[in-house]
Structures are given as structure tokens and as C-alpha cells.
Design a protein around this ligand. Sequence first.
Ligand SMILES: O=C(O)CCC(=O)C(=O)O
Length: 278
Amino acid sequence: MMLPNLTLDAVAADPNLLREAYREAGGFIIPQLLPSEEVQRVLETIVMTAQLLSDVAMPSAGTWAERASRAVQAIQAQRTDGQGLIYEAIAQTPLLHQIASHASIMSVIQTILSPHVLLHQRLLVLMSLPEDGWHLGRWHQDYYYNAGPETTCTLYLPLQPVHQQNGGLLLAPGRHREGLFDHQSHQYDVPTKWNTIDPDIVATFDPLQQIELAAGDALFFHSLLPHAAQLNRTSDVRFVINLRYRDMLDSTYRETGWKIPELTAARQALARKPIAVA
Ligand SMILES: O=C(O)CCC(=O)C(=O)O
């Protein structure tokens, strides 16, 4: 069973398709959910933010995805914290708040969760640099890093095409139904700061689903669905909007007053710095 592609027409005719795919496969894809103008506005904001950090003119030719990629790489070449600064700033922009509450996205989220949802406070645009393995979320479940209701839904919405070559996600369809797997500092092909699922368990994930999406396509998946980002082997940055929606009506979440417990091990893992190679 794979995460299905569900068109907006099919979903309008039968909203249960969304609930069933979420429950059984652990998610679904809706092609062309976010209008291209919105995708472009995020890319423009990335270029503008890079420009605000630098006196050097940012690229003004090419597609917006190419310009954003070159701008982020230019800032990163000027200062080692460049990509991180742009990433943190974008996560706090009014634009990302607008996109997170876009009617087309909210209607899907409210169909699978409930009319009452909260957003994880970090509204991310992932910016995966070519050949950068350290920041890559290899095999993990979002629940380990974010807690909250198990039904919490991650939205993964690329700003340019994603596929295996630029590190698009690998998923283990249906395996969210087995609960939380143990996460430790296991290493895969490239070192990463992320705590991950034991490779012996990952070897049982069969079949795997390689995500291939166009800009504006939306992948929604369950917080217990195992997934792995892969190394970006192209020369362009991979940009993906990455948001999480929590159901306020989940009983445990509601009883705790919608509070999230301390996630010390997960936080410590993500704070790790790469070991310098002599
Ligand atoms: O780098 C990516 O594309 C995916 C990151 C990821 O898996 C996550 O944020 O949960």
C-alpha cells in the first residue's frame, strides 16, 4: 500500500478518501494544492532575505527557485552561519503564517484532524544544501522530535521539483501503525546529527515509497510515519515548506492544556555540531 495521489476533485466528491489514506497508508499527496504565486512569493522572500544580509547583489536571472538557490549558497559562502540565518528568519515571516493558514491547506487538515488545530510554532522552509549530510533527517518519526498528539500531521510542500536525486523523502507506507520506534545515534551512509531508527528495523521497511513531487504539490503524513531525507546530489538547494498541525481535540493533548513535554534527547541530538575533520 502506497500513499495515494488524491486530486482536489476526488477529495471534494469524497472527503473520506483523505481520512482513509491517512489512517491506512499514513498519508497522501494532493497535486498542485498551493498556487504557484504563493510558491513564488516564498522563493522571492528567500532571495530578499539573503539580500538583506549582504552588500553583494543577489542573482537576478533564472527561475525564482534558481535565484533562491544561488542566493542561499552565496550567503553561505560569505559566512558559515548564512543558511541558518535565512532559515530562522523565513520561519518567522508573516508570509509563512499566511501560507500555513491557506484555505486549501486548512480544509485538508480539518478534514483529517478536526476543526480545532494548533500549528507547531516553527514554520519551516527546509533548505538542504548540495552534499550536506549533517542536517539531514535520516530514518525517523516526527513524533520523536515533536511529541503532541500521535495524529499530528506534517505538511511537506516543495518549492521546486523533488525527487531522489535532490534528496526527496523516502517513506515506509503503513508502518505508522506500529507506534514509536526507538531512536538512537545510528549512522547511515553519511554522518547526521539526527537520532534515527535502528537500521535492522529500517531493513524491514518494504516497500519503500520514493517521493517525487512538483512545486506546489503537497504531501501530508502522520507523525508516526517513518521517513528519511536523502543527500541532495544536485548543485541546487532543495527548498521544502515543512509545517505540523496538531489536533486540539486529542484527549491527552487537551488534558495537558495543549502543552508539549520536554524532549531533551531529541533537542540534544539536533544541537550536535559536526566533528571537524583534520
Ligand atoms: O530534509 C528533508 O527534506 C526532510 C526533513 C524531515 O524529514 C523532517 O523535518 O521531518
